[in-house]
Design a protein around this ligand. Structure first.
Ligand code: DMJ
Length: 656
């Protein structure tokens, strides 16, 4: 046998020939013949490769068709469902999505298919970029032109209703009784509010620095978090809590006060066109009352724009189911879309500060709308808490049960978290109502005596007066930064005629709060400090535990500095506030926009940004700094306005 002749070496390749000199246009037969000739010239492997590639491409096409069709079907069915609520109600909002650098890219469809479970509420709640579309711009332009000639009714197209800014209603600060008629709505800003908005010319250097800080914070929010709750300035994204544009609403009145007209108008437009409360979302009654309801009411008072009052009334109505409990003590949470209220998962208790620090806002809502149920609901809470057992010389425990209406966790007393604003609102409601509701005053005065008797101590070696905590008779030298609201509140009370020693205590506590900032390497206070009670040369007055070294951009120190300066005229308070502003700028400012809370106030080289700008930084901290640096006692006079616990000024019903 002869061996078979050797096969020629096999070479597999794909040849692609480009023939630039030859045109195929209109020469169908030639093209077909040429194709088959080429095809036959290919080896089997080459043909298989080509066929495989073709099959692969077809498969990809088919898959993307199915995906797009699925998305369209989902959009179609959501639109058809309209505003129907989803049955499931996740208590915690989903993880934040990263925002695009340019807010424009949030205007509509994202190139990526959004994960379904991130979607909340009806489709018309999609976030729009602040610059809006051409139609919005045209409308705005037309409105601006019309307003310039003084005859423009303002149209709220998103609401489908017309709201005139130029009606004939009386100014808000009139009368102490609940009106029986509908809304006492002012038609336009008061002269004082107008002066405020037109103030930039008279701003001093420090105020200008606050305005610059605000602009920087706002730029970050506008760019990376527009219409969302909070800015995450480091990751240039946002986080949601209620999904209601929390920072934007909290900042409305600050913009007005700082004279940021353009920014205010842009935010106002978002409220008009995008802020809808028909949303299947749980909100915390207290937090949403002080920030959203308070923010809208205050924006209404300053601007005279009825849009804000309408929104406030809508929101207030949606919070009301929280009060339907066996005890009339409200639940902590309420779903503003379904109207289902509930306590936290793990308890049927509410926090005492939370149920007793919503009164200023609900009372004012009743006064403005003539709808009594708001005021009645919150005053019922005040009445019940007033007569409860379990207090200690006017000091209240931190929890209250929504079924029994009784205090729980008895024997623990603090002026910090969970109890703080109970004391603040006793005084402020008394002021709001024209100093007639003596029970509120009595409770407040008794509580101040309780503080002096049980919670006040002095540190070593610096002898700083501080407010500690009491746990079943044991004193703890722990003080939250939150307690630094107290010097301001005490000073406010003294201004309104309460004992002069309240002012002395206010001054002493103010020194301490300043030292809580000053003694830190960054000049910013930690969240919690412990005071040293024993004279030891080597120990400082202020001690900080590792878990407490963070700073959330909170306002309490500068809030009290504002009151202390306004009511004493002592310029050292302004200087202290200036130091704090500079520290915020040095350690918390994020260059690309916004400010961030930090994890370590004791490490100036690495304060560890936490990537979160709380809404109260714009709503409170910067507002109080701006007011602190003002030398005009009529800029939100303390005889005309009372600030809610989120720094939103509300009118005193019968100003002195
Ligand atoms: C704000 O929401 C309010 O000031 C509240 O009373 C306490 N916590 C924050 C600010 O620290």
């Amino acid at each position: 046998m002869y061996p078979p002749p050797p096969l020629p070496p096999r070479r597999d390749f794909i040849s692609v020939t480009l023939s630039p000199g030859r045109s195929y246009d209109g020469v169908q037969g030639l093209r077909r013949r040429s194709f088959w000739r080429k095809w036959k010239q290919l080896s089997r492997l080459q043909r298989n490769v080509v066929l495989f590639l073709l099959a692969f491409l077809m498969l990809c096409g088919l898959l993307s068709y199915i995906s797009v069709a699925d998305e369209w079907k989902a959009v179609g069915s959501r639109s058809a469902e309209g505003p129907k609520m989803r049955p499931a109600n996740p208590p915690v909002l989903p993880a934040p999505r990263r925002a695009a650098e340019n807010p424009e890219t949030f205007a509509g469809a994202s190139p990526q298919k959004p994960p379904r479970h991130f979607r909340r509420g009806p489709p018309n709640l999609q976030i729009r970029a602040p610059d809006g579309d051409a139609k919005d711009r045209r409308q705005e332009e037309a409105q601006r032109r019309a307003e310039a000639v003084g005859e423009a009714p303002r149209e709220d197209d998103a609401q489908g209703s017309r709201v005139s800014r130029r009606g004939t209603g009386p100014e808000p600060e009139q009368g102490t009784q609940l009106p029986v008629r509908k809304a006492e709505a002012p038609a336009r800003p008061s002269p004082q509010a107008l002066r405020m908005r037109n103030s930039p010319a008279s701003q001093n250097e420090r105020q200008k620095a606050v305005v610059a800080a605000f602009r920087h914070a706002w730029a970050g929010y506008r760019k990376f978090a527009w219409g969302h709750d909070e800015l995450k300035p480091v990751s240039k994204s946002f986080s949601e809590w209620f999904g209601l544009g929390l920072t934007l609403i909290d900042a409305l009145d600050t913009m007005w006060i700082l004279g940021l007209k353009k920014e205010f108008e842009e935010a106002r437009k978002w409220v008009s066109q995008r802020l809808l409360f028909q949303k299947n979302v749980d909100v915390n009654l207290f937090e949403s009352t002080i920030r959203i309801l308070g923010g809208l009411l205050s924006a209404f008072h300053l601007s005279g724009d009825v849009l804000f009052l309408k929104k406030a009334e809508d929101f207030g109505n949606r919070l009301m189911p929280a009060f339907q409990t066996p005890s009339k003590i409200p639940y902590s949470d309420v779903n503003i879309g379904t109207g289902v209220a509930h306590p936290p998962r793990w308890t049927s208790d509410s926090t005492v500060a939370e149920v007793t620090s919503i009164q200023l806002e609900f009372r004012e809502l009743s006064r403005l709308t003539g709808v009594k149920k708001f005021q009645e609901a919150v005053e019922e809470v005040t009445r019940r808490v007033h007569s409860l057992r379990g207090k200690k010389d006017g000091l209240v425990p931190m929890f209250i049960n929504t079924n029994s209406g009784l205090f729980t966790h008895l024997g623990v007393f603090t002026l910090g978290a969970r109890a703080d604003s109970y004391y603040e609102y006793l005084l402020k409601q008394w002021i709001q109502g024209g100093k007639k509701e003596t029970q509120l005053l009595e409770d407040y005065l008794e509580a101040v005596e309780g503080i002096k008797k049980h919670l006040l101590h002095r540190s070593e070696p610096g002898k700083l007066t501080f407010v500690g905590e009491l746990t079943h008779g044991r004193f703890s030298a722990k003080m939250d930064h939150l307690v630094c609201f107290l010097p301001g509140t005490l000073a406010l009370g003294a201004h309104h005629g309460l004992p002069a020693d309240h002012m002395e205590l206010a001054r002493a506590l103010m020194d301490t709060c300043y030292q809580m900032n000053r003694q830190m390497e960054t000049g910013l206070s930690p969240e919690i400090v412990h005071f040293n009670l024993h004279p030891q040369k080597s120990r400082k007055d202020v001690q900080v535990k590792a878990a407490d070294r963070h700073n959330l951009l909170r306002p309490e120190t500068v809030e009290s500095l504002f009151y202390l300066y306004r009511l004493t005229g002592d310029r050292k308070y302004q200087d202290w506030g200036w130091e704090i502003l500079r520290s915020f700028n040095t350690y918390t400012r994020v260059p690309s926009g916004g400010y961030s809370s930090i994890s370590n106030v004791q490490d100036p080289r690495n304060p560890q940004p936490r990537d979160k700008m709380e809404s109260f930084f714009l709503g409170e901290t910067l507002k109080y700094l701006y007011l602190l640096f003002s030398d005009d006692p009529d800029l939100l006079s303390l005889d005309t306005y009372v600030f809610n616990t989120e720094a939103h000024p509300l009118p005193i019903w019968a100003p002195s």
